[in-house]
Design a protein around this ligand. Structure first.
Ligand code: 6R9
Length: 656
């Protein structure tokens, strides 16, 4: 990595104040209130978090130290005893929420289920006893490889209840990816299903588990629990495989939540390293519970009338923090959807919003760009008037996609929260609070109270307003990752030593490039590994891509650098077009010229390639690393286990 900062060339100056109707009922309802909270947290972070922890969560035993910070290791609420399953379930049972819908689930074939808090509690307790019967004890890691069905959330909460850390592996990952993760985590048991529905087809999960385990490829796994979902015939290995419904039927519903140490591991979740093996991100109990609770409460402005829907998968951190733990800890109604927009019903998301009266909708820019391509007639044919708040996560959102989301889905009535955060951070870090901070399309806006975010050069010095640099956090926060599972040295190197500590002060390096504007708004410019160096200018990917996406013919774009003897690198753009747009020389010229007129000659792509789809991770992030190899005509190396659809790469190769 080079230490020269990243240059910013984006020209985006629109601003959207929170709508008055929204502000009238918002929990945090003015910029002054946000600033007050921020200042309070900044002046004394420990007191700020301790007061919230005492007020918002149930503790079996109080902590005797709020923060023990031995860089880069933080311990929060030292010696406090807590259980997140208790905070998500039991404590609501003594209130009117006992019979409130906790989880609404809609399956892709159209089946549905609703669990009240009392029902969910019962299922979780029973399943926790099933785990115990199979010999799972406190500290044992449990692998979860499931479709998006209620049992996935039940399994997570049951593990948390007995103190068995879970390791959820996304249901779309291959058998090999599953095997590596189970082995790394030394999982004792795997919970899966016969299959799940996605895009009108069955994803054969149990078959993948069988392949992953082989005859003895994951020696630590003794038992496999299988939910019957898709009902095709599957082999069950006697002694190892058990049907969920058989064991759940007879299980006792009495299972008190285990008082966990605040710093006991809650889960490990693997995140892709761009090279090398995936990192097991470790989160612990008390701090994570508090941080996801508070961010859910303030960022989504939750109240008891809300039907809240996050479209992520539970195999992703967003599913952990903002489908399961954050919403349930707040006593909210969380909606879970099994499928994805598909040929047989491209408007299925809008059907779900209409059917359940969804009020808060949280999705990813990649999904929004796909909605745009599918056409606005789909949402317009449904009643979306229940919506009051929208959110995005996963990538920087291109301003034009933001405007579409605001206009077509939010009907200019709903604020949009653009939430920047990472698997490693546990919860939202830079995000607007919807009743308090005016939105600027493409900016994640401001740090959450207690988050001391900054933009610095490689020496750790703050850069001037509007100069690009590296996004860092200067002080620990309760939701931060504690280590890389089994590789603390990698934790230190990756996150805490890229920017050398100064006077013993460590800063957390997020791996993203960003700039802060004159109003204190943060603009994330993409991963620093993806920066393109043209004639000595270092350009982030987001701004060039957003310029391309702002052309009416372009649905999606990814830019990468290709080695160039004169300029260092030349910009190569991979572009997906809107339907019914034809490729010809004129279009190529027009698009290059469009980038020049939007952001300047420096960013003019040398080459534009068209494709039906771009290579993405399962969570929807464009894998520019692979495009970079393609553009340079090199073989693709490094980890590709997180790629969603391998055929996309083959097609791109053929088109070359
Ligand atoms: C939650 C999640 C983390 C990386 C992160 C950044 C990108 C996520 C973003 C965003 C700009 C946002 N990212 N949200 N970039 N604006 N609102 O996505 O976690 O899968 O670990 O990815 O995603 O590059 O560093 P994870």
């Amino acid at each position: 990595m080079v230490s020269t900062p990243i240059e910013s060339i984006l020209n985006e100056h629109r601003s959207f104040a929170p709508p008055e109707d929204f502000v009238a009922n918002a929990v945090i309802n003015s910029q002054a209130e946000y600033e007050r909270l921020y200042a309070q947290a900044q002046a004394n972070p420990e007191t700020f978090w301790a007061e919230l922890a005492a007020k918002e969560l149930h503790w079996f035993q109080a902590w005797d130290q709020v923060l023990d910070w031995q860089p880069p290791h933080a311990k929060w609420f030292v010696n406090g005893k807590i259980n997140i399953s208790y905070n998500c379930l039991d404590r609501h049972l003594t209130t009117w929420r006992k019979n409130k819908a906790a989880l609404i689930w809609e399956g892709e074939p159209g089946d549905s289920r609703t669990y009240t808090y009392a029902q969910l509690h019962r299922e979780v307790c029973q399943f926790a006893n099933v785990l115990k019967q199979l010999g799972v004890t406190k500290g044992d890691v449990v692998g979860i490889y499931m479709p998006m069905i209620p049992e996935a959330a039940i399994a997570m909460l049951a593990c948390a209840r007995i103190g068995a850390p879970h390791s959820v592996v996304f249901g779309g990952f291959s058998a090999e990816a599953l095997r590596d993760r189970l082995n790394d985590a030394q999982a004792k048991l795997v919970i899966t299903a016969d299959g799940g529905w996605r895009k009108d087809a069955i994803v054969p999960l149990k078959e993948q588990v069988d392949k992953a385990l082989g005859s003895d490829l994951v020696p630590s796994v003794a038992n496999v629990l299988v939910v019957q979902r898709t009902k095709q015939t599957i082999p069950m290995l006697p002694g190892r495989d058990h049907w969920w419904h058989d064991l759940q039927k007879g299980a006792s519903a009495d299972c008190p939540a285990e008082p966990m140490d605040s710093e006991d591991m809650l889960f490990v979740l693997y995140t892709s390293g761009s090279t090398g093996k995936p990192k097991g991100v470790v989160h612990t109990t008390g701090g994570y519970n508090l941080y996801t609770h508070m961010t859910t409460k303030w960022v989504f402005d939750l109240n008891d009338m809300d039907v809240y829907w996050c479209t992520a998968d539970v195999g992703w951190i967003t599913g952990h923090s903002y489908i399961v733990y954050g919403p349930l800890s707040n006593g909210a109604t969380t909606l879970m959807y099994e499928g994805a927009p598909r040929a047989s019903n491209p408007g299925c998301f809008w059907d779900v919003i209409e059917k359940y009266g969804v009020t808060i909708f949280y999705t990813a820019p990649t999904a929004i760009r796909a909605f745009i391509k599918m056409g606005e007639h789909l949402p317009q044919a449904r009643d979306l008037s229940s919506l009051r708040l929208l959110g995005t996560v996963g990538e920087p959102i291109n301003p034009e996609a933001w405007i579409w989301y605001h206009r077509i889905i939010g009907q200019e009535r709903c604020p949009i929260v653009d939430t920047w955060w990472q698997t490693e951070t546990g919860g939202h870090m830079i995000t607007s609070l919807p009743g308090a901070i005016p939105a600027k399309p493409g900016s994640a806006t401001k740090p959450f109270p207690g988050i001391l975010a900054d933009v610095v050069d490689l020496e750790g010095n703050p850069v001037a307003d509007n100069d690009g640099g590296y996004l860092v956090v200067r002080y620990p926060w309760p939701g931060m990752m504690r280590t890389v599972y089994g590789d603390d040295d990698r934790f230190r190197r990756t996150y805490w030593e890229h920017i050398a500590p100064k006077d013993g002060k460590y800063v957390y390096f997020a791996g993203d490039g960003a700039r802060r504007d004159e109003d204190g708004y943060f603009w994330v410019m993409g991963r620093v590994d993806d920066v393109i160096s043209v004639s000595g200018h270092r350009l982030g990917t987001m701004e060039i891509e957003s310029a391309l996406v702002s052309h009416p013919s372009v649905a999606e774009a990814a830019v990468v650098g290709k080695p160039d003897p004169v300029k260092g690198e030349e910009i190569v753009a991979f572009v997906t077009l809107e339907n019914n747009v034809n490729v010809d020389e004129d279009l190529i010229k027009t698009l290059k010229q469009h980038v020049v007129s939007e952001i300047g000659a420096l960013a003019r792509p040398g080459e534009i390639r068209f494709s039906d789809a771009l290579p993405k991770t399962r969570s929807g992030k464009i894998m520019r690393r692979l495009l970079r190899s393609l553009a340079a005509g090199e073989e693709i190396s490094g980890d590709t286990s997180t790629l969603e659809d391998r055929s996309v790469l083959d097609k791109l190769r053929e088109g070359a």
